[in-house]
Design a protein around this ligand. Structure first.
Ligand code: JAH
Length: 262
């Protein structure tokens, strides 16, 4: 996968040299380039922002440097290697929610282009114009405001690159994770069996794989009911069987409505 990032703070992306993302870059599974937006300015002050039309606080990123950056990184003409236009991603508190499903979708793209806004954001015409030539997605990580899109890009890239073939050594760890099944995961423990007076639950040391699976399922259900009522309500009713509903009931939780399967 090819990834381009445009930002006025290219230094933010130093961590992408490290750990498994650094390794994916070193072995060629990830071809990543970070670009300084100011390299597409032409004035002596390398200006990227101006005051908002209509008034209000803060500054808005001017369209001209962004236009030149996108022209350079997503050229109209097909390049000699025949690559297609990138998918443009713009982190914004006003974007569509980033999810594990979107991470899978992005991992299937051949070229991602990230535009990092700062201040109050990028002049909307940049995105409107880009959308006439390529797929554009404004994406949000959650309902809070950052100084800019840089940290959001680090998060998205980490979620996406670990799904690329050959990046995660242990293929099994991809499908049992939180959010793959619509439930949070049960807690995990390792040795020693007793630590500072806290014991690992007996069932996990029992060797009884049936009991262990049932215990983990019950923990996943009670955790999800307590911490994520939104995920609980979104579960397809048929994904909860009689035992699940009984486990929720024992914990004092109500099951989401729907017909009982099995
Ligand atoms: C803030 C440009 N959902 C997380 C998120 C993503 C981007 C931004 N804030 C929060 C942001 C200022 C300028 C982007």
């Amino acid at each position: 996968m090819r990834v381009d990032i445009v930002s006025i703070f290219p230094e933010y992306f130093a961590p992408l040299d490290l750990s498994l993302i650094g390794k994916a870059r070193a072995n060629g599974r990830l071809r990543l380039a970070v670009h300084d937006l100011r390299s597409w300015t032409h004035d002596v002050h390398r200006t990227v922002d101006d005051t908002p039309y209509g008034g209000g606080p803060g500054m808005v990123m001017r369209p001209e440097p962004w236009g030149e950056a996108l022209d350079a990184l997503a050229p109209d003409e097909l390049s000699p290697d025949g690559h297609t236009l990138p998918r443009l991603l713009v982190p914004s508190p006003a974007g569509v929610p980033f999810t594990q499903a979107m991470a899978h979708e992005l991992a299937a793209e051949s070229h991602l282009l990230f535009a990092c806004g700062r201040y109050e954001g990028i002049d909307q015409r940049v995105l409107d114009h880009a959308a006439t030539r390529m797929r554009v997605t404004e994406v949000s990580l959650g309902d809070y405001v950052l100084f800019g899109g840089e940290v959001a890009v680090l998060v998205i890239l980490e979620a996406v690159t670990r799904l690329l073939p050959g990046v995660l050594g242990n293929a099994g760890s991809l499908d049992e994770e939180s959010h793959a099944h619509g439930l949070l995961e049960a807690p995990m423990y390792t040795k020693p069996a007793t630590w500072r007076g806290h014991e690992v639950p007996e069932v996990l040391r029992s060797g009884d794989h049936g009991r262990i699976a049932r215990w983990r399922r019950d923990e996943a259900l009670s955790r999800t009911a307590t911490r994520r009522p939104d995920m609980m309500a979104a579960l397809p009713p048929e994904s909860l069987d009689k035992r699940d509903r009984a486990a929720l009931d024992r914990g004092g939780f109500s099951s989401p409505p729907g017909d009982v399967a099995k």
